[in-house]
Design a protein around this ligand. Structure first.
Ligand code: KG4
Ligand code: ZN
Length: 360
């Protein structure tokens, strides 16, 4: 059984082939970082155009990598939301066309559910399994959500929302702070690599306590506190100088570190410390309240080294995806589609892209 996964919800065109539900044969990701980098964030129109350019070669490469042809496919899983409408439409329309021409089932996948399944897939690949009910913390550039995930004997999954960000997503906060400090886009990986060079306790940043649902999160106050500190500490000249490093392409992390003052590195370390504490504290509290059996952390921010380190103090089993499956990919989309395919489910060709699709 060969399932093709397709993902085009944001700025990565991705395709993957999953065999028998747990063997990942190929996982191709074409990133648009360089297209969007000079704008400091994803430009939706450019994203659609790049997906259009990449979708056919990326799928072909995934099939070649798996050593199979189009006719070998059993089904196609594709992201239909949430995400950028134009970007989603490219993947979904292509997937419909391919499914129709091959006469195989089409399965629409919620991108957020996909992130959770990257962990389920990798556990199964090594003969293990995630313990359910599980607390699922999905933290990326588009979302910061916490769910309780349950699984039935038929391998069907259900989700209950426990908390979410009220403003910026965690990854969005990383990206905005990096842009503010002149470290380029995307910001998460760079700030993560710079943070160990600063003192995480040097700059006091606000702890966020939410009124109403205590498990909700907020990251925009943190970003504002960073901006205020930048102005107060007179870091503007340094930041302007650093921005010029991007004129000839993306500088190395070493070059960025060399361009940063001690105060700036302390600020980066303090931001990372605060952001990670906000996430870990809520996950720990939710896991206790809900009496779950394990914790899943996924989405782009799950690649963060300090977040991985923080969870090592948890008294429950916890699972992060490998770095390759933390950020957007199509293996997770194939993995989420698989149980539905095995139960004989499929979606019609009238399935519409849903930019604001929710998981729960
Ligand atoms: O899951 P993803 O690839 O795309 C969305 O669904 O949004 O997540 C991308 C986000 C970006 O905001 C990026 O800055 C962040 O994940 N990210 C990180 C790290 N690697 C990626 N944030 C913090 N630390 C990292 N190491
Ligand atoms: Zn994502």
């Amino acid at each position: 059984m060969y399932l093709l996964g397709i993902e085009t919800s944001c700025d990565e065109t991705a395709a993957a082939v999953l065999a028998d539900g747990n063997r990942l044969l190929s996982n191709v990701i074409s990133s648009q970082f360089d297209v969007h980098a000079k704008y400091g964030g994803v430009v939706p129109e450019l994203a659609s155009r790049e997906h259009l350019r990449a979708i056919v070669p990326v799928v072909r490469e995934a099939l070649e990598g798996a050593g199979i042809g189009y006719r070998d496919l059993s089904a196609i899983g594709v992201t239909y939301g949430p995400g950028l409408i134009g970007a989603l439409l490219v993947g979904l329309t292509y997937a419909k066309g391919l499914a129709a021409s091959l006469d195989v089932p089409l399965l629409g996948v919620n991108h957020i559910e996909g992130h959770i399944h990257s962990v389920v897939l990798e556990q199964r690949a090594v003969g293990l399994d995630v313990e359910f009910p599980a607390l699922a913390l999905v933290v990326s550039g588009g979302h910061s959500h916490m769910f309780v995930a349950e699984r039935t004997a038929q391998d069907a999954y259900s989700y209950r929302l426990l908390g979410r960000t009220r403003d910026d997503a965690a990854g969005e906060a990383y990206d905005k702070v990096a842009k503010l400090l002149g470290f380029g886009y995307p910001g998460g990986p760079v700030l993560d690599r710079l943070a160990p060079y600063g003192n995480p306790r040097a700059v006091r940043l606000p702890v966020v306590n939410m009124k109403g649902n205590r498990l909700d999160m907020s990251f925009s106050g943190l970003k504002t506190a960073v901006r205020r500190f930048v102005n107060g500490a007179g870091l503007q000249d340094e930041i302007e100088r650093r921005r010029t490093l991007f004129h000839d392409g993306r500088p190395t992390v070493d070059a960025l570190r060399a361009s940063a003052s001690k105060v700036c590195l302390d600020l980066v370390a303090s931001f990372q410390h605060r952001a990670v504490s906000e996430l870990f504290r809520r996950a720990e509290e939710a896991a206790e309240l809900e009496e779950v059996e394990s914790v899943i952390v996924s989405g782009g921010v799950a690649a963060n080294s300090a977040l991985r380190e923080a969870f090592s103090s948890l008294s429950l089993p916890f699972h992060f995806p490998s770095l390759a499956l933390s950020t957007d990919n199509a293996a997770m989309i194939a993995a989420a589609a698989c149980p539905r395919y095995l139960r004989g489910e499929s979606d019609g060709f009238d399935l519409a892209a849903q930019p604001s699709l929710r998981l729960a």
